[in-house]
Design a protein around this ligand. Structure first.
Ligand code: CA
Length: 229
């Protein structure tokens, strides 16, 4: 059966646009316009992914995301008119998987939606190997290969690259990365992160000033990009 996408959006024209686009790409969808009915729909329909607007008539979509994260790991994509970096970071930090600002391209949204859905099915399997373009991680042996050659990495470089490989094509905030790789208490040590991203880039990017893997999301964090998979 086709995946069911739940839309929470109070702007009727955007909601309609999303419904039509999803239908065209063979997704099923259900929609609602506020937080209250969103929770009810979520609990009764068991969707595969949520598209959430932040400015909702009965409150902030972030509160809804928080409530969902207490009970579910469902992929969540925020679609919002708020361009403020802090809003984006907050939404990602409380558990959204991705963020798209309005006006947005439907193709871009669909691409991110597919990535989020695919990542979710990956999570359920026990992975022994992750392949991202020219990079291959063997989880059991802790070896990472770049173009079939074994990479020499420091322990932190390894953990950082592994975290990126487990979260490909996803915007990760500085805080998230620092917390996951360095640990709680390091969330604000931006310089550590910058330093290690630089050394990693030198090892895996053809041109470290124009990276194709570790993309900078200005003011927010990084996105590890896989070009084909
Ligand atoms: Ca709105």
């Amino acid at each position: 059966m086709n995946e069911l996408i739940q839309i929470i959006e109070d702007d009727i024209s955007v909601k309609k646009l999303l419904e039509i686009a999803l239908k065209e790409y063979k997704f099923r969808s259900i929609s609602c316009e506020n937080k209250k009915s969103a929770m009810m729909l979520f609990l009764t329909h068991n969707p595969s992914l949520l598209i959430v607007d932040l400015g909702l008539p009965d409150g902030d979509g972030k509160e809804f995301i928080k409530q969902i994260r207490e009970i579910s790991k469902i992929p969540i994509i925020v679609v919002s008119a708020r361009h403020d970096e802090k809003e984006i970071i907050d939404a990602l930090d409380i558990g959204a998987d991705d963020y798209i600002t309005k006006p947005f391209s439907i193709n871009e949204l669909l691409a991110r939606l597919r990535v989020a859905l695919r990542r979710n099915t990956h999570d359920e399997k026990i992975l022994d190997k992750i392949i991202c373009t020219d990079i291959e991680l063997n989880i059991a042996s802790r070896d990472i290969f770049f173009k079939a050659e074994k990479l020499k990495l420091t322990p932190i470089e390894y953990e950082l690259l592994k975290y990126f490989l487990l979260n490909t094509n996803k915007t990760l905030t500085h805080k998230q990365i620092l917390k996951e790789v360095w640990g709680i208490g390091y969330q604000n040590e931006m310089q550590y992160l910058r330093t290690y991203v630089n050394t990693l880039r030198k090892k895996i990017e053809e041109n470290s000033t124009r990276p194709t893997y570790i993309k900078t999301e200005s003011g927010i964090g990084y996105r590890f990009s896989c070009h084909k998979d």
